[in-house]
Design a protein around this ligand. Structure first.
Ligand code: G1P
Length: 308
């Protein structure tokens, strides 16, 4: 087993990124461009999650795609023609950007033939795992969780308490119906108030049925036992095989599940409103675009106030 630090470092090798959705909320753009390739400033969302996974120790990314959505995977393939053109013209900062994705980690794809839900998509990734891998990280590319590093905290909790660990955010009551919602209790004798034990989980409940306002925020560190649970669930919310239901089944069977409550930023890249916030937030932090954007936004908003 080794020390806690070794276990944290080796918590998982494979990160699974479900990217088989049709991106209907982004039509017409997603008619030809997968939503995971839409840029946050200049970097596609899928590269941001790949880089987060790599920083937390993943060496392999398994992208679950739909038939014909392989453009997502191409982003991680070297483009030697483009690279040599940039090199010849001395554009080294662009060359560095272009080389980043292919150098992050090994990327494989598996195809989810039919859109049967997030749980089914994660189940498709099992075939890409080696026999000795006992856990996976799952990162939903719609969720931008910043600053990076939540997976490291989650890995520490798994090393200390076993089982599976998820990331939670506190959402307004009006939004519980859009998320997987946790039923939690405090962990006895723990110094960290943001680590909670999960007693149950329900996908997209009504407000009356929601056990809390703590919602799953697209980062999961799952014991391999989840694949067996995924084979045993029935279609749930929306008629789809839900990852939430497999986790709820594991909990019912005594598998330890904890959450780490994320207190930083989280943007939902899955809809134009959330995506724009993410883009503006990142652009404001950028030395290239931040100062100009800030000035323009202030002017634009002041103008709006006058008009109102
Ligand atoms: C999925 C999960 C849900 C989770 C959410 C986070 O829902 O099923 O449990 O809270 O991602 O973004 P979706 O947004 O795909 O409907």
């Amino acid at each position: 087993m080794g020390s806690i630090d070794t276990q944290v470092h080796n918590a998982f090798r494979t990160a699974v990124v479900p990217a088989a959705g049709m991106g209907t909320r982004f039509l017409p753009a997603t008619k030809t461009v997968p939503k995971e390739l839409l840029p946050v400033v200049d970097t596609p969302g899928i590269e941001l999650v790949a880089s987060e996974a790599a920083e937390s120790g993943a060496s392999k990314l398994v992208i679950v795609t739909a038939p014909g959505k392989d453009g997502v995977v191409s982003h991680f393939v070297e483009d030697l023609v483009l690279e040599s053109r940039l090199e010849e013209s001395g554009k080294s900062h662009l060359l560095e950007k272009v080389r980043r994705a292919p150098n992050l980690l090994d990327v494989e794809s598996v195809v989810q033939e039919r859109p049967l839900g997030l749980g089914h998509a994660v189940g498709c990734a099992e075939q890409a795992l080696a026999d000795d891998e006992d856990a996976i990280a799952v990162l939903l590319p719609d969720d931008l969780v910043q600053p990076c590093g939540i997976l490291d905290l989650m890995a520490r909790v798994r090393a200390e308490r076993g089982g599976s660990v998820l990331c939670a955010i506190d959402v307004p009551k009006s939004l519980v119906g859009s998320y997987g919602i946790f039923h939690v209790e405090e962990v006895q004798g723990v110094a960290e108030p943001d680590v909670l034990k999960v007693l149950g989980m329900v996908e997209k409940p009504t407000l009356a049925d929601a056990p809390s306002t703590l919602a799953a925020a697209g980062r999961y560190l799952l014991d391999r036992a989840v694949f067996d649970a995924l084979r045993r669930i029935e279609p749930g919310a929306g008629g789809e095989f839900q990852l939430t239901d497999a986790i709820a089944l594991l909990i019912d069977e005594g598998h330890p599940v904890h959450v780490v409550v994320h207190r930083g930023t989280r943007h939902d890249l899955g809809n134009p409103g959330g995506y724009l916030r993410a883009a503006v937030d990142s652009a404001l932090d950028s030395p290239d675009y931040g100062p100009g954007l800030r000035r323009w936004l202030l002017e634009r908003l002041e103008l709006e106030e006058t008009v109102d």
